[in-house]
Design a protein around this ligand. Structure first.
Ligand code: KIV
Length: 277
């Protein structure tokens, strides 16, 4: 059967039918192509690219230009997965007009299908403004890495009743503002389950337990390409870094020893032609 491009209606239907939604990050053409071929529903071009690809200490320094550059590569590589462009820190905070303009760039220039932005009830008016001009928005609550300093670090959110209530309210406000999906990062399983039950839009968890409507993982964590640290919620499905290092060391050894390139990797010329040079 011919595979069709995933739509918001497909994601909504999955929630209604209690089928799980899959999301993985990608930041470049070959990865996007692999994720797409694996049948993953949605690709998040996350600002996590700042840490796992660009080597920054956090996601805070990531710029609009960096995001657009990587989103363009992903949209060239993914033909079926629904592509989410992550709005970087300060690209949607200074004014609603600026937020709309920047969201528009993800759609017009970079070929994304929607944008994602971090924040709870306080960001509901921004979500509404972007949705009102026709751009779908995925919200992101709980641990919001762009404002981790304000949250006093990378900690589980909503552990006590008061902060849990605030997260429930945020989720409801964001849904009311028109967000079509919501990422919940690092919150207790029970709270994530309660929010999922109370919303009509799909919830995607990362460190939020199995009852969310879907799950997201950062590609470099999933395949073992990020060695700086591994959060508790990550499951590494393959550890590629040692295998890639082995291959690189083998290549170096073979070049050093004159083993590579062999005749099978080289182009022949007859001695007769060579003698005419
Ligand atoms: O940037 C990112 O990769 C994210 C996920 C962790 C949800 O926001």
């Amino acid at each position: 059967m011919e595979r069709k491009k995933v739509t918001i209606a497909d994601l909504q239907r999955k929630k209604q039918n209690k089928q799980k939604i899959t999301m993985v990050t990608a930041y470049d053409y070959p990865t996007a192509s692999l994720v797409d071929q694996a049948g993953i529903d949605t690709i998040l071009v996350g600002d996590s690219l700042g840490m796992v690809v660009l080597g920054y200490e956090s996601t805070v320094p990531v710029t609009m230009e960096e995001m657009i550059h990587h989103c363009k590569a992903v949209s060239r590589g993914a033909k079926h997965s629904f592509i989410i462009g992550d709005m970087p820190f300060m690209s949607y905070h200074t004014s609603v007009e600026r937020a709309i303009e920047n969201a528009g760039r993800f759609i017009k220039e970079a070929g994304c299908d929607c944008v994602k932005l971090e924040g709870g009830s306080e960001m509901a008016h921004v979500v509404k403004a972007i949705v009102d001009v026709g751009i779908p928005v995925c919200a992101h609550i709980g641990l919001t890495p762009q404002t981790a300093t304000k949250l006093s670090g990378f900690k589980v959110q909503g552990k006590d009743a008061e902060s849990a209530k605030a997260l429930v309210q945020s989720a409801k406000d964001l849904e009311k503002s028109g967000a079509f999906m919501i990422v919940m990062e690092c919150i207790p399983d029970l709270l994530a389950s309660m929010i999922t039950d109370q919303l009509t839009i799909p919830t995607i968890g990362i460190g939020a337990g199995k009852d969310c409507d879907g799950q997201v993982l950062v590609y470099h964590d999933l395949v073992g390409l990020f060695e700086r640290f591994t959060p508790k919620f990550v499951k590494q499905y393959i550890n590629l870094s040692p295998q890639i290092k082995d291959a690189l060391e083998q290549y170096k050894k073979e070049v050093d020893e004159g083993v590579f390139p062999g005749p099978e990797h080289s182009f022949a010329m007859s001695p007769e032609e060579a003698s005419k040079i």
